[in-house]
Design a protein around this ligand. Structure first.
Ligand code: SIN
Length: 324
C-alpha cells in the first residue's frame, strides 16, 4: 500500500485516550480529557520522525460533546485539509460520542482527504493503555493515499463514519460497523483493505454551503430522540409539544423515534408522533436494534432513517433542517 510522506495534523479534543487515573490498575475510575496530545505523542517513539502538527482544540469528556466543539472542529479540519502540504487530519476523541462526531464531520465536510478519528477505552495511565497504538495507527492511516473521508480507527480496524457505532462499554475493541463491517485494518503501519478502497471525488461547490451554514449557525435545529418500548404512551412527545406552546423556542423542529424492530412504534406513541407531525414537527423512524435497518415503506406517514441509527438520524435531520 502506497503511503504519502506528507504532513499530518493532530487535533486533540480529550476523551479517555487523554484520561488520567491515580492507579495503574484502574480502567474506569479516571478523569477523561486531562493529558495534552503532545504528551501522549511523547510516549510513542515511532511518531518522532514524522511530519506532524498538533492543536489542542479542547479537553473534554465526549459525553459533553456539542455543536460548539463540532463547529470548531469542522472549521479547523477544513482549514488544514485545504493546505497542499497536509495529507490528512487525525482527531483524538472520547469513545462515547465518537460515532456522532464522525458522522457530523462526514456530512458537513465530505472530505476527499482522510480525516481519522481515534480514541481509547483505557486511560493513558493504565497498565496497558490502548491509546498509543490507536494513535499511531490513526496517524499512519491519515497518511494513506487510498483512504478518503471520515473514518474511525480503533483496535486495529478502520470503520466508516456512516456505519460505525460503539457497541461495548468496556472492551478495547468497542466499535463495530454492523452489517457493513470495517473497511480495512492497520497492520504494522500499513492499511490493508478488506474491500476495494473508494476514494471520494472532489465535492461540488454546493457541498461547502452546508459547512458555511454550520459555521454561522448559533445552534443546530432542535431534534429530540424518543424511544418506543413496552407501555410507551406518547407522554414525552406531548410534554415537548406542550413546552413548545409555552415557548415556541422549546418546540423541537424534529423528532427521531428509536422504534422497535423494523421501525414499529407503540400505537400510543405513534398517535402522539402523528400529532407532532400535524404541528409541523418532522418525524423520522430509526430502529433501536443494534443491527439492520428500517425497510423503506412508502405507505408509512413517518419516514424511515435511511439506515441511520437514532443518534445519527438526529444529526441528519438537524442538518437537513439547518440547510433549508
Ligand atoms: C469519553 O467519551 O470522553 C469518555 C469515555 C471514553 O473515551 O472511552
Amino acid at each position: 500500500m502506497t503511503k504519502e510522506v506528507q504532513r499530518r495534523v493532530i487535533l486533540g479534543t480529550g476523551g479517555t485516550i487523554a484520561g488520567r487515573s491515580n492507579r495503574q490498575s484502574d480502567n474506569v475510575g479516571y478523569v477523561a480529557g486531562e493529558v495534552r496530545v503532545e504528551d501522549l505523542m511523547a510516549g510513542i517513539p515511532a511518531l518522532s520522525n514524522m511530519s506532524l502538527e498538533v492543536e489542542q482544540l479542547d479537553q473534554i469528556d465526549s459525553k459533553d460533546m456539542g455543536f460548539g466543539v463540532w463547529q470548531r472542529l469542522a472549521e479547523r479540519i477544513a482549514h488544514h485539509l485545504a493546505r497542499e502540504d497536509v495529507a490528512g487530519v487525525v482527531v483524538t476523541h472520547g469513545t462515547d460520542t465518537l460515532e456522532e462526531t464522525a458522522y457530523f464531520l462526514e456530512k458537513v465536510l465530505r472530505p476527499v482527504k482522510p480525516v481519522v478519528l481515534t480514541c481509547a477505552m483505557r486511560p493513558s495511565t493504565a497498565l496497558v493503555p490502548d491509546g498509543p497504538q490507536n494513535l499511531l495507527d490513526a496517524v499512519n492511516a491519515a497518511g494513506c493515499v487510498d483512504l478518503s473521508g471520515v473514518v474511525v480507527v480503533c483496535a486495529g480496524l478502520v470503520h466508516r463514519a456512516e456505519h460505525v457505532a460503539k457497541v461495548h462499554s468496556y472492551r478495547v475493541d468497542a466499535f463495530d460497523s454492523g452489517d457493513a463491517g470495517p473497511v480495512a485494518c492497520v497492520e504494522e503501519g500499513e492499511v490493508r483493505w478488506f474491500h476495494p478502497p473508494q476514494r471520494a471525488l472532489a465535492h461540488p461547490s454546493s457541498d461547502t454551503a452546508l459547512l458555511k451554514q454550520v459555521l454561522k449557525a448559533g445552534a443546530l435545529p432542535r431534534v429530540d430522540i424518543v424511544t418506543s418500548h413496552a407501555d410507551a404512551d406518547g407522554g414525552m412527545v406531548r410534554a415537548l409539544l406542550a413546552a413548545g406552546m409555552v415557548n415556541a423556542a422549546h418546540l423541537p423542529r424534529g423528532l427521531v423515534v428509536a422504534a422497535t424492530g423494523n421501525g414499529t412504534v407503540h400505537r400510543a406513541l405513534e398517535a402522539a408522533l402523528h400529532e407532532a407531525q400535524r404541528c409541523g414537527v418532522r418525524v423520522v423512524r430509526a430502529t433501536r436494534c443494534a443491527r439492520g435497518r428500517v425497510i423503506p415503506d412508502a405507505a408509512n406517514p413517518l419516514r424511515d432513517s435511511a439506515g441511520l441509527s437514532p443518534v445519527k438520524a438526529r444529526l441528519a435531520l438537524a442538518l437537513e433542517l439547518l440547510s433549508e
